[in-house]
Design a protein around this ligand. Structure first.
Ligand SMILES: Cc1ncc(COP(=O)(O)O)c(C=O)c1O
Length: 443
């Protein structure tokens, strides 16, 4: 029930206050990714075979040295500074310096309970329109909606890998240059796994600078670039970019809830405003987790080895999934990082329509019911409902076993289909089930 619904006196005994909801949250559904997970669990409880390719959770365990550090700091019980544990802020700044050559200090870093929460604080503190390329991660727009900000979707094209182009951004911003705008760029991308080259980032940076656009660079999958070649737009547009990162994806620690924002000194006013809001809401991020996170951001051989193996397994899976879909006649871009792929089933639109499937939601509902393969409709990522796109997260396998099997001594070509069949059987079987269910492309 939503909205203001005064109960009439005749209704009977008082059973609590009437429903009065903030207009911005009326009718707001739970996050789509969490909903598909709950639906999959229900089917599993009914004894059905379900392939969970819906929720984008890292399959890999947290690296052992980081877990050890958490154990060693379990006794830390005091509230920490709102902006974060100084040692962690320093470690994050040093990490970006190492990775991107950005000269940042601990004072430029804000730690929060997940980057998602920091994004919410940012949208609350910054006054401007939100620009999001479609398709994009499911939570940016609902956050703007809760806060009451305008969301402007920026068009992208499948034949350009769903990546925002400088021309599209320029055309959009030229209308009212200098207007306060926050652009979220996420690469490698959730939902399609695509990313930008350094040259593309430089061209986008030039447009942002021209129109004074603030950029939130969501690089939570940066370390999962399959070739380890992630580059941040902050290299090209340091004065206007906030880098968002955290431990959820590359360190397998989604449930630990720790995220990081790294600002240039020119945006210190924004960091301070966000910290003020944080001080009145969550106070500070969990202390033991922050101490443990220092170990993750310090890096070193064990972390590099973990990342190297993660990238190999994910890269090989991405290739396998891409090839299967491509061979079935589906339109699909080859992912460059992360653990998602974004197929477009429009080549079989007429055949699917004959089965009564005309929207991405109908496609995903029927696929789950008829095969047990759970994927998310493209409409959740800002695509038109009738476009037959969907996001598939190739994460339903035992990451610990796959990781230990992906030895350093193995050659890349040894992480082949036989390896995947053995260590990621659920994902391989899900793809087989999906492809068997699909009709042939329309003539
Ligand atoms: C693109 C993207 N950004 C941000 C997040 C949020 O991550 P966290 O709040 O766990 O740091 C996610 C999680 O799924 C994501 O996919």
């Amino acid at each position: 029930m939503t909205g203001s619904m005064p109960r009439s006196k005749k209704e009977g005994p008082y059973d609590g206050p009437d429903v009065h909801l903030n207009l911005n949250v009326r009718g707001l559904p739970p996050s789509a990714t969490l909903a598909i997970n709950e639906r999959s669990d229900e089917l599993l409880a009914e004894g059905r075979n379900v392939y969970k390719l819906g929720l984008g959770q890292s399959p890999f365990p947290v690296p052992e040295p980081v877990v050890e550090s958490l154990r060693a700091h379990a006794h830390e019980k005091d509230y920490l500074p709102v902006r974060g544990l100084p040692a962690l802020r320093d470690a994050v700044a040093a990490y970006h310096d190492r990775r991107e050559g950005l000269r940042r200090g601990g004072d430029d870093v804000l730690i929060g309970p997940g980057s998602k929460e920091l994004m919410f604080l940012l949208q609350l503190a910054y006054y401007g329109d939100l620009l999001v390329p479609t398709p994009s991660w499911v939570s940016y727009a609902p956050q703007a909606h809760i806060i009451g900000r305008h969301v402007r979707w920026l068009k992208t094209r499948a034949d350009h890998g769903w990546l925002l182009t400088p021309d599209e951004l320029d055309a959009f911003c030229s209308d009212d240059s200098g207007r306060p705008r926050l652009l979220i760029l996420n690469y490698p991308s959730n939902p399609h796994g695509g990313t930008f080259t350094r040259g593309e980032l430089a061209a986008l940076a030039a447009v942002c600078r021209r129109h004074k656009v603030l950029v939130l660079s969501d690089e939570i999958y940066g370390e999962l670039h399959f070739k380890g070649q992630h580059v941040s737009i902050a290299r090209e547009y340091p004065e206007g970019t906030i880098i968002s990162s955290g431990l959820s994806k590359w360190c397998g620690a989604g449930g630990w809830r720790v995220g990081t924002f790294t600002f240039p000194s020119s945006l210190r006013w924004l960091l301070s405003a966000m910290a003020a809001v944080a001080s009145e809401t969550y106070t500070s991020t969990s202390a033991p987790i922050q101490y443990a996170a220092v170990r993750a951001f310090e890096g070193g051989t064990a972390i590099e080895d973990y990342l190297w193996r993660s990238r190999r397994v994910l890269g090989a899976l991405a290739r396998h999934v891409f090839e299967k879909l491509d061979q079935a006649g589906v339109h699909v871009e080859r992912p460059r990082g992360g653990f998602y792929i974004f197929p477009d089933f429009s080549p079989m639109r007429a055949a699917l329509a004959e089965r009564g499937i005309e929207t991405s939601k109908a496609l995903c509902d029927r696929l789950l019911d008829e095969t047990g393969v759970a994927i998310l409709p493209g409409s959740h990522f800002g695509r038109p409902p009738e476009e037959l796109t969907a996001r598939l997260a190739f994460v339903n396998f035992d990451g610990a076993t796959a990781l230990s099997a992906a030895q350093h001594s193995m050659r890349q070509k040894d992480i082949d289909d036989a390896f995947l069949q053995r260590y990621c059987p659920g994902t391989v079987a899900a793809l087989d089930a999906l492809v068997a269910w699909l009709p042939a492309p329309d003539a």
